[in-house]
Design a binder for this molecule. Structure first.
Ligand SMILES: N[C@@H](CCC(=O)N[C@@H](CSS)C(=O)NCC(=O)O)C(=O)O
Length: 299
């Protein structure tokens, strides 16, 4: 088990305002530790609280419109270095993302991918060119190049916060979901960055890159649906304008994954989706960290 850092406990401060994540929208700021006291929770896991601690976790959901991809920026804003990471950066929006990171005074230490993408080129290679010392991260099972290879159960630490790695294969063999830490000083409710394993009211397709519908069904059920129902789920894409969901919502309303496994496999076999337009360019680039034209550069 890899632990990429040291986790320290820290004190919490409390500020009395109301936040309702169930109606949150893109770019909303998430919190570090919402207290459970005075909380109202529905069956779907939407969550309203009348008090919360001030924000250790700085969180931004960023969008790349051509591929409808979400990139996520997370940082420990209480730590003196403000260490930050990006999940699933896109080549076309690297300058925007790095400019935001500079403006917020963050030090980005990891550029992470949930999997080898087929529809866009990762921004990781460009970011490595522009940010000295940053480390690229991907799962060992992906077979792609990176500085750090993660496996299920590993922790990725940034300041006093961390992400846990869960294997969610099926869209690709190496797909992982990054979940915020479990513990009193980690953001509550937890947040899971599901890549293309789970989409809002959908899931990743399984018809290329060693996709496997049965594996996707089992991994989502065992690694995502077992999280607390109020856990926020942030997908790698959305094609309908949605931004966030919860475990509770998807367990009730996901039109594919609420079915039994046999029906799910049949649904997936009959999706008849067009192949991603960029697949022949994107996959070869992404297995080398988006650096296919820069082979002399480090990964
Ligand atoms: N039209 C887009 C690709 C759309 C697509 O296939 N999305 C993937 C995730 S990116 S590989 C997917 O799994 N979709 C599932 C679904 O149900 O839509 C393009 O040409 O790039």
């Amino acid at each position: 088990m890899l632990n990429l850092g040291f986790i320290r406990l820290s004190a919490c401060r409390f500020s009395p305002f109301i936040i309702n994540h169930s109606s949150s929208s893109s770019g909303f700021y998430s919190s570090q530790k919402q207290t459970i006291s005075f909380a109202l929770r529905s069956q779907m896991g939407s969550f309203t609280t009348l008090s919360q601690s001030s924000s250790r976790l700085l969180f931004r959901q960023l969008f790349e419109k051509e591929s409808s991809t979400y990139t996520y920026l997370l940082a420990d804003s209480f730590h003196p270095d403000k260490p930050a990471l990006l999940i699933d950066p896109v080549d076309k929006t690297v300058d925007r993302d790095l400019s935001l990171i500079r403006k917020l005074g963050l030090k980005v230490i990891y550029a992470m991918n949930t999997h080898v993408h087929a529809d866009h080129i990762t921004g990781t290679g460009l970011i490595k060119d522009k940010v000295p010392g940053i480390k690229s991260v991907i799962s060992k099972a992906s077979g792609a190049k990176a500085d750090v290879f993660v496996e299920p159960g590993d922790k990725i630490t940034f300041g006093d916060l961390f992400l846990e790695v869960r294997a969610t294969p099926g869209h690709t063999a190496g797909c992982v979901t990054y979940v915020t830490g479990d513990g009193p000083d980690q953001p509550q409710p937890r947040m899971a960055f599901t890549g293309d394993a789970l989409l809002i009211r959908g899931c990743g397709r399984t018809d290329f890159q060693n996709g496997n519908s049965g594996q996707l069904y089992k991994s989502v059920h065992s690694q995502i649906f077992t999280l607390p129902k109020e856990t926020f789920l942030y997908p790698g894409h959305d094609y309908k304008g949605f931004t966030v969901t919860t475990v509770g919502e998807e367990v009730l309303y996901n039109p594919r994954l609420t079915k039994d496994e046999e029906t799910f496999i049949s649904i997936m076999q009959n999706l008849s989706l067009a192949y991603p337009k960029m697949i022949d360019v994107a996959v070869p680039a992404n297995v080398v960290c988006g650096l296919q034209d820069l082979e002399s550069k480090p990964n």
